[in-house]
Design a binder for this molecule. Structure first.
Ligand code: UDP
Length: 355
């Protein structure tokens, strides 16, 4: 089976944790590396690096991105030579490529939204909502990482064909270690939607000696990053900037728990990484963490900063509970190993290409 993957706005080869590169890049690189044992894969993305081979049957093809139509025409040109069986677009900008190419290449089109603009609790972009609606109505299958999100999309668009496949985690890289400290950890791009301000507010309710490590870089320019640093002024918060997964592994291991205070989180890859590292997760019930973490690998509370502070203080004061939740998290994370997740995709790709 030959698959054309479109990841228009971020290359899976870019460093992760700042700018446009986050969970989606991690998912694309891990998923398709795992799938490349069974399929031939061409990943189309923006950039100047030309064609890079990631393995014997996986290419990352960087194309100029000034013009989405030109980008789409190049994909059509590749299809005429390579004859793909399936096209899988990731995120709404790649979905536009799907809309532009659909009638020319006429193969099953699978789309992953990654975040659904309509479901965000803050900051909605009307133009993006319209485009996502058109993508949802035009593609052959939507893959969503949680049952809740799939249900919400189905409620809005009853005719859509949708399936749930969760994201995976590298359980060999993220592993448990001997006791972490009670230090708090935040991992993610520094973007208003990630809710770091709420966590800083929560810290003010806690004892002064509880320290927080913030790992991740500016998502939308330095201004927001600088203002959040100022906001944390006087508190024991250390900003590490973006780090790669090799270094990140140690941050999880040295922490006592991960806090995910996002206003909107469709899945929460960082939660899964903390679970694989046997660290409990604290976050909000109304996010994808309700499925990723659930009730037994962390503490999920109703959205507000005081609840967040209470959950943190409960875990800080109870090492036994931290360990129990962490151990359960590790067990659960093993079900999300990338090879297992890739198997689910393989099955779905097989089914849809036979339809
Ligand atoms: N990440 C990273 N380095 C950093 C910060 C984040 O490698 O400094 C990775 C993190 O490990 C995770 C991804 O970026 O794999 C973030 O995924 P998530 O789903 O939590 O958030 P998104 O960025 O997709 O909104």
């Amino acid at each position: 089976m030959r698959i054309a993957v479109i990841s228009y706005h971020s290359s899976p080869l870019d460093p992760v944790g700042a700018g446009k590169s986050g969970g989606m890049s991690i998912c694309i690189s891990h998923l398709y590396q795992a799938l490349s044992q069974y399929c031939e894969i061409d990943i189309f993305t923006c950039g100047k690096r030309g064609k890079t081979r990631l393995g014997s049957s996986i290419n990352v093809i960087h194309l100029p991105c000034e013009n989405l139509r030109k980008f789409s025409n190049t994909v059509i040109g590749y299809h005429e030579l390579r004859r793909y069986d399936i096209m899988h677009t990731h995120y709404w900008l790649s979905g536009l490529v799907g809309l532009f190419t659909k009638n020319h290449i006429n193969i099953p089109w699978v789309h992953s939204l990654h975040t659904v603009e309509m479901l965000k609790t803050i900051r909605k972009d009307e133009m993006r909502i319209e485009v996502e609606e058109e993508i949802i109505k035009s593609c052959n299958l939507i893959i969503s990482p949680t049952v809740k999100e799939a249900y919400e999309i189905k409620e809005m668009y009853p005719c859509v064909r949708i399936m749930t496949i969760p994201h995976g985690v590298d359980v060999q890289r993220f592993t448990p270690s001997a006791d972490g400290h009670s230090k708090l950890l935040f991992v993610g791009r520094i973007d208003p939607i990630k809710g770091l301000d709420l966590l800083i507010d929560a810290l003010r309710f806690l004892k002064r000696d509880i320290s927080l490590d913030v790992v991740g870089g500016a998502s939308k320019g330095e201004r927001n990053f600088e203002s959040i640093k100022t906001y944390a002024g006087g508190l024991p918060v250390r900003f590490w900037g973006p780090v790669g997964h090799t270094e990140l592994r140690q941050h999880y291991q040295k922490s006592g728990m991960l806090i995910v205070p996002s206003y909107y989180e469709s899945f929460g890859l960082v939660a899964l990484e903390a679970m694989a590292s046997a660290r409990p997760v604290i976050g909000f019930k109304d996010t994808g963490l309700a499925e990723t973490v659930g009730e037994d690998a962390g503490i999920l509370v109703k959205r507000n900063k005081r609840n967040l502070a209470e959950a943190i203080s409960r875990l800080i004061g109870n090492k036994k509970l931290r360990h129990r939740l962490g151990e359960t998290g590790r067990k659960k994370a093993l079900n999300f190993e990338w090879n297992k997740i890739a198997g689910k995709y393989l099955k779905v790709y097989g089914e849809i290409s036979e339809d």
